[in-house]
Ligand binder design. Structure first.
Ligand code: G6P
Length: 366
């Protein structure tokens, strides 16, 4: 059954390793890109909207932050992402031509449901949810839905729900790009092919676990950590820091790497490990100079590098090389070693991985 641990020590570990299956299931039956993947009438809705507003909490909020980069770059649609508990209580400027997108593993998070209702109350009737529970209030209350098939997630720290949300959000990006005439059939086919490769690609990333364990031994002795990313990978840095905080109780912060010099560089010493997500994208050269700034202050770098980046391990620089270069789908792969890092650091510290103190799996009251 879904709740069996099998060979795993914790649900979180099991759920991390289930990701190839979870993504495979989530994409099952997706023959091609069409708005109807999101429900009947989706084409008509997508035709009417000219902006996207994403509302979510916690890890689901970070998948929304990553999706903003896809939606604006690929579908060319303006996108705002907002923490649900903030949105519901502030005076914003509503537009009826907005697609309100909620993202939720449980579909029952009180703040996200309240934010959805708040948006509806402001006249925004076009709503879509990316949700892991088909019978949830969120799915009932939204006009359109994409159900992720992560399966039951038990570990409080979300893992497989996050990567399947990203898969659903990438499909949404492609469907909106199609309706808006921003993508050719060849590009669609290429993106779909890359998505179908995800289960195999994830398996290869999971095989990096022994290298991540050696990083975790260092992290278990630290009180703080900094996570850097740029662009599409800034939300992945945020998610990596959240995972470490939640289950290992190590204080972690994430920064877009370009902001390093505007504050956090003052904190960098040999006692502040710096995790850098370094895919081989256009910002790599800039990221390399950010890393030199860290080294110059005695900071130790832990770099998740792409297959074809030339960064290599040296004094104070620990590199884990990803098996491939993943292009637009890179966040789905780069987050996995960060999940494993949090897991193994918590294991080394002996904290309660599946039930971290003070936290709940689903926050159904405000
Ligand atoms: C809680 C959980 C998180 C989750 C967040 C949002 O804080 O501990 O793991 O990301 O709620 O939950 P949702 O079910 O709406 O995705």
């Amino acid at each position: 059954g879904a709740a069996e641990l099998g060979p795993y020590r914790h649900y979180m570990q099991k759920e991390i390793f289930e990701q190839p299956r979870a993504i495979g299931d989530t994409l099952e039956g997706v023959e091609g890109i069409t708005p109807e993947l999101f429900g009947d009438g989706a084409y008509g809705v997508f035709k009417q909207i000219d902006r996207v507003l994403i509302l979510a909490c916690g890890t689901s909020y970070y998948s929304g932050c990553a999706a903003k980069y896809w939606l604006e770059a690929i579908a060319r649609i303006p996108c705002d992402v907002e923490v649900a508990s903030e949105y519901r209580y502030r005076t914003s400027v509503p537009s009826p031509r907005t697609l309100v997108v909620t993202i939720s593993q449980s579909g029952e998070t009180a703040d996200t449901l309240a934010a959805l209702r708040h948006a509806q109350g402001l006249g925004m009737t076009h709503t879509l949810t990316i949700c892991n529970v088909a019978t949830s209030a969120m799915v009932r209350e939204c006009e359109l839905a994409y159900i992720t098939r992560a399966g039951v997630e038990i570990g409080v720290a979300s893992t497989k729900a996050f990567t399947t949300q990203l898969a659903g959000l990438f499909l949404l990006t492609l469907a909106l790009a199609q309706v808006r005439g921003q993508i050719s059939e060849e590009q669609e086919a290429a993106h779909l092919k890359a998505m179908r490769h995800l289960p195999v690609a994830l398996q290869a990333v999971l095989a990096l676990e022994p290298q991540v364990i050696s990083w975790a031994e260092d992290f278990a002795r630290m009180d703080n950590a900094l996570f850097l990313g740029r662009g599409l990978h800034y939300p992945i840095a945020l998610e990596g820091a959240l995972k470490l905080k939640e289950i290992s109780y190590i204080h972690a912060e994430a920064y877009p790497a370009g902001e390093l010099k505007h504050g956090p560089l003052a904190l960098v010493t040999s006692a502040m490990p710096v995790v850098t997500v370094a895919p081989n994208d256009t910002l790599l050269e800039k990221l390399k100079s950010n890393m030199q700034e860290v080294r110059a202050r005695g900071g130790v770098l832990y770099v998740l590098a792409d297959a074809d980046t030339r960064i290599s391990s040296s004094e104070g620089i620990h590199v884990i090389r990803m098996p491939e270069h993943y292009g637009a789908l890179s966040p789905i792969l780069h987050v996995v070693p960060l999940q494993l890092l949090a897991y193994h650091t918590a294991l080394a510290k002996g904290t309660d991985v599946d039930k971290p103190r003070n936290l709940a799996k689903s926050v159904t009251v405000e």
